[in-house]
Write a protein that binds this ligand. Structure first.
Ligand code: VG1
Ligand code: CO
Length: 543
């Protein structure tokens, strides 16, 4: 077979964001756009002769076509073997699992996560390293630099692989192994959680509804929750992955997972509601008429970790992204384990987990995970909750109320202003940045500013420094306002406003977060000029 070296012009915009390179489908469809990026990845990470690559995606539009191109390029670049999920499917956590279990050189995951799919939607690609985790910044920076200097890519002329046929096929010398995308992952989950106890809970009538949002977790949830844990058929809704996610927005939050939310606030709601995102790494947890904020979910999991067999020995430490609430910090303090604060994005947790410093990690953006993998893991979080509920025999709400009674409540919310003109978003951030110098010491009603900064992080393991990770205004009582620009969008700019107030008053612990955060919301607007500058009366999404 014929390896071709194809001359190409470099692109200037292939800079990976918070989680890989994300662009409109049409951008990826432009001639050589995908090829250039993949070649930049291969050139950057190097391909030891005969190395193995893991490959799969969330099934969105362009997934299969992109996989065929990447397979031919992998063969031309010296890979000896590619493990590809059947049908081109691998959830992000399953890809991390495959990379670790089979010791591959790395993996390519095709996904734009929670961003909409379809011909008008988004596509994305991310590279994970041999530890199973997202490539760290120094690698993504090098990929970007390489992409800007690329003059050719290598590809092999070959026919398409049958992605639906399990087993071994070949492209030239390279072996392509089409693997079951679910099996390895499901086995890992069984090793971590008390499946017998969960089966018993469910057999006793405990109702579950899992919304796969027509994204990648459908087959995973059906196999694990319905088949292995015995939940009745129909427990998993929207369980068939579709290239356009059924025209939905596969983001598991109160706005986009509305079908599930309606069920959970109905009179005959099941006991646990859960949803996952496009690529299966996010999760939302709901009780009957009750929403668990992701920050609280991390804290509850940490406080109850010993109830799950995989964590029975206790946890080494916790890490959370900076905008995530400090609820987990309180648990860490009580457990006497360290708590790390990292920039947004899962790639910052990898070193801490590899070094054995932390067991659990979480982000306010519906991401929770542990050192069983190096990605956040949606279904894992749902199983952790099921395991906790099977042992505690309480409702979701009771578990959270008990938690607040012991630790206090970090009242929390995130307000997203999506698709703002870039100059408007920059002007708002600019105003906050400018205010930072004079804010310390200023009082706003009950709140006095303790300090204000642009979050920077020095990785405690390799010493790498990441700056400009979000403006935080921290008050003397620990309450916070954080402003940050999203690094995953493909249109305009998305401004995220994160709000957190600590409340110990049990009377207010049941209260609605938006009402409890009213003062901070006003202060945030006062400092940033958000409403006036954006012309928006309210956020696009509140979580
Ligand atoms: C968002 C979240 C961040 C998360 C990232 C990837 O990034 O805020 O916490 O790690 O998405 O998640 P940003 O830069 O838009 O705020 V996923 O599920 O897209 O892989
Ligand atoms: Co995701």
């Amino acid at each position: 077979m014929n390896v071709r070296t194809v001359a190409t012009e470099p692109f200037t915009d292939q800079k990976p964001g918070t989680s890989g390179l994300r662009k409109k489908v049409a951008v990826f469809q432009a001639p050589t756009y995908l090829e250039n990026f993949v070649q930049a990845v291969f050139d950057t990470v190097g391909v030891p002769a005969g190395a193995t690559l893991a490959l799969g995606g969330d099934g969105r539009y362009l997934n299969r076509e992109a996989i065929q191109v990447i397979l031919r390029m992998a063969a031309a670049n010296g890979f000896g073997r590619v493990l590809v999920g059947q049908g081109g499917i691998l959830s992000t956590p399953a890809a991390s699992c495959v990379i670790r279990k089979y010791g591959t050189h790395g993996g390519l995951i095709l996904s734009a996560s929670h961003n909409p799919g379809g011909p008008e939607g988004d596509f994305g690609i991310k590279y994970n390293t041999a530890n199973g985790g997202p490539a760290p910044e120094k690698v993504t920076d090098a990929i970007f630099a390489r992409s800007k200097a690329l003059t050719s890519y290598r590809i092999l002329d070959a026919a398409d692989i049958d992605l639906d046929r399990p087993g071994v096929q070949r492209i030239g010398e390279m072996v392509v192994e089409v693997i079951d995308p679910v099996a390895d992952y499901a086995e890992l989950m069984e090793s971590l959680f008390d499946f017998a106890a969960i089966r018993e809970l469910i057999a006793g009538g405990f109702g579950v509804c899992f919304d796969a949002m027509h994204a990648v977790t459908g087959p995973y949830a059906k196999e694990i929750i319905e088949r292995r844990l015995g939940a009745p058929a129909g427990t998993v809704i929207n369980g068939v992955p579709l290239p356009d996610f059924g025209a939905g927005h596969p983001d598991p939050n109160l706005t986009y997972a509305h079908e599930l939310v309606e069920k959970m606030y109905d009179l005959d709601a099941p006991d646990l509601g859960a949803a996952s995102d496009g690529d299966g790494d996010r999760n939302m947890i709901l009780g009957r008429g009750f929403f668990v904020t992701p920050s609280d979910s991390l804290a509850v999991i940490a406080a109850n970790a010993r109830l799950a067999p995989g964590y029975a020995k206790g946890i080494a430490g916790i890490a959370r992204s900076m905008p995530t609430s400090a609820a987990a910090d309180r648990v860490a303090r009580k457990l006497g384990v360290p708590c790390f604060e990292t920039p947004t994005g899962w790639k910052f947790f990898g070193n801490l987990m590899d070094a054995g410093k932390v067991t659990l990690c979480g982000e306010e953006s519906f991401g929770t995970g542990s050192d069983h993998l190096r990605e956040k893991d949606g279904l894992w979080a749902v199983l952790f909750w099921l395991n906790i509920l099977a042992k505690r025999r309480q409702s979701v709400e009771q578990v959270v109320q008990d938690h607040w009674a012991v630790f206090g409540r970090n009242v929390y919310s995130r307000h997203d202003y999506e698709n703002l003109p870039t100059d408007v978003a920059n002007a708002i951030i600019g105003q906050v940045r400018a205010a930072c110098a004079t804010l310390p010491g200023q009082a706003f009603g009950n709140y006095t500013v303790k300090f204000c900064d642009d979050f920077a992080y020095t990785d405690p393991i390799d010493g790498s420094v990441s700056t400009g990770q979000g403006l935080r205004i921290v008050f003397t009582d620990g309450s916070r306002i954080v402003f940050r620009l999203s690094g995953t969008g493909t249109e305009g700019a998305t401004l995220r406003l994160y709000l957190e107030a600590f409340d110990v008053d049990p009377a207010r612990q049941r209260g609605d977060a938006q009402l409890l955060l009213e003062d901070l919301i006003l202060i945030a607007d006062q400092i940033s000029g958000l409403k006036a500058k954006s012309g928006r009366e309210r956020p696009t999404v509140i979580t």
